[in-house]
Design a protein around this ligand. Structure first.
Ligand SMILES: [Zn+2]
Ligand SMILES: [Zn+2]
Length: 251
């Protein structure tokens, strides 16, 4: 069985109960952290997930709410004595900028740093990101202010599929990527450019014929979160839920 643990569900501005959007997909051997906008040290500890169980980091795009925790996480892993490699996957735009950020921190001078392996994802539809015995992950470009990828994560054991929009306005390549997914985690920041409303997330879920919809990356300062569910449910007849921090979902 694989588990999705939501570590943050907020849009770019977190609050005391909602961190910026990031989550972990765990199998028995593989722990995939998706985005890293805040240092996940505390969130992982609270969720009882060890740093060493994180084998892969997928960065969907180079915006602060999705990557700014990565340098601190890398430093924390190093200080905690990590020896095993960490694989980091993302578009060239994102990986090149992360490398520049780490160079600014002069990380090459940090002694005995554990191996960090960068895997560049091509900016093409249904590009292969990662395949192992537990998961097969593909990505397609979305439509945002900077190059971005959405994800299709297949649990190789039971063939269940998770789609993740990342930050995007409704886009045919993302709809095609997530089509038929059992679960779709879709952003609901508000209508674009570069973002989607809850209603648009519902439309995407409907067009992609997914099993159920989880809204994420929403305005946590807004008083009536339940209104987001109502908006999405007008467009999508399946189950709609609002993600919250530390929510666990089976995949
Ligand atoms: Zn964002
Ligand atoms: Zn963004």
């Amino acid at each position: 069985m694989a588990t999705i643990t939501i570590l943050g569900s907020a849009y770019a501005i977190p609050n005391t109960t909602h961190e910026v959007t990031h989550f972990v997909v765990q199998g028995n051997e593989t722990g995939i952290l998706i985005d890293c906008g805040s240092n996940p040290t505390v969130r992982l500890e609270q969720a009882n997930i060890t740093y060493d169980s994180i084998t892969d980091l997928i960065l969907t795009h180079f915006h602060p709410d999705h990557i700014s925790g990565a340098p601190l996480m890398l430093m924390n892993m190093w200080l905690l004595g990590r020896k095993k490699p960490l694989r980091i996957h993302g578009l060239a735009h994102c990986l090149n900028n992360l490398t520049k950020l780490m160079q600014a921190y002069e990380w090459a001078t940090w002694p005995d740093f554990f191996p960090v392996e960068f895997y560049e994802v091509p900016e093409t539809e249904e590009a292969s990101v990662l395949i192992n015995d537990e998961f097969s992950i593909k990505s397609s470009p979305g439509n945002h202010m900077v190059p971005v990828i959405g994800l299709r994560i297949t649990n190789s054991i039971n063939a269940r599929i998770l789609g993740y929009s990342s930050d995007t306005e409704p886009d045919d390549s993302i709809i095609s990527l997530v089509s038929g997914a059992n679960l779709l985690i879709h952003e609901a920041t508000g209508e674009g450019p570069g973002h989607s409303s809850a209603s648009q997330a519902g439309e995407v879920a409907s067009r992609a014929k997914v099993g159920c919809l989880y809204l994420i990356h929403y305005d946590v300062h807004r008083a009536q979160h339940s209104q987001l569910l109502v908006e999405a449910q007008k467009q999508f007849k399946g189950s709609v839920k609002l993600t919250f921090d530390f929510m666990r979902i089976e995949l």
